[in-house]
Design a protein around this ligand. Sequence first.
Ligand SMILES: *Cc1c(COP(=O)(O)O)cnc(C)c1O
Length: 372
Amino acid sequence: MKRHTRQIVMSAPSLGGNEEKYVLEALRSSWISSTGKFITEFEERFASFVGLRHGVATSNGTTALHLALVALGVRKGDEVIVPNLTFAATVNMVIEAGATPVLVDSLPDHWNIDPAGIRKALTPRTKAIMPVHLMGHPCRMDDIMSIAREHKLFVVEDCAEAHGASVGGTMVGAFGEVSCFSYYGNKIITTGEGGMCVTSNDALAASMRMLRDHGMDKNRRYWHEAVGYNYRMTNLNAAVGVAQMERLNDILNKRRQIGDAYRSGFEGVRGIRASFTNEGKAVDWLLPAFVDEAAAGIGRDALMEKIKEAGIDVRPMFHPLDTMPPYRALARAGNLEHSRHFGATGIMLPLHPAMELEDVAYICGSIKDIVG
Ligand SMILES: *Cc1c(COP(=O)(O)O)cnc(C)c1O
């Protein structure tokens, strides 16, 4: 194995602003549970960043997805359209809500969900579409919204990887009835663990608040209006979130700078296609790159081994859902060849605000050497 002096990690949160100060403030105020000023402030600031009226903070992005689906009344007998290429939490929460997921392929030329595939997947039972803006890149929202309007379907956007991405000047998350974000440690911004449902629908927001808090009537203690959950965020996590909001634009700019360095670093590298956008303005989460084995002279898995030997953290793209045991039997709309192709040839490379441009140069240079 080659000797190397570097170890480049996939992701690291950027916590150099008021994060510590606000967490201490929350701690000293003794408001460390799920009531406190940072929760309200974080919800308001994030919702207004997306351009919507209500933010309902949750314990994580997965509970946000479940909360949104349950509040919309998605249940047994309903079908929900999800992309075949996504992180599994999206489909898991459809199943958890009791509904049936229908898997739809990626676009032929981009990893995000194909609106033509959505059309093919529609049945009288279809209740909702869940576009996932995967790897920070927006889905074809104009097409998806016209299908939803035509067929009176809910759109629940999974924005867990795409805070700040936009289409035609509208933020992702502002298209659907409700949208779900994650603030896990490796996401665009973090609260440690955390999530949020964002909507401008007053009744839906009230319903999500009620379900988030055990289904309890907010004006009548221990009176339960529905079977609910404890999906609340703590004031400590929200304290980190408020500090992250103060620096969100700086974080997005730094991520873009790193992403741009990758995109130009990979220009002309044989067999590698990195981070290309199909619609709107993307943000840079982890850096997706796809390997054309014939042109690169090396397959995806062998390339990943060599990248690791160079001291660079690397991950495979998400596995297409239909290839994994729990999802094999799910209904699918047409064939899933494009998502399988993106899944089998994709890698994710390190991207986070603390990276240096020379780290990117080292990564692109190492990969260039490997593919020859
Ligand atoms: C991270 C992620 C989630 C889940 O968020 P958690 O906060 O980790 O529960 C859901 N969907 C996608 C696409 C994600 O990347």
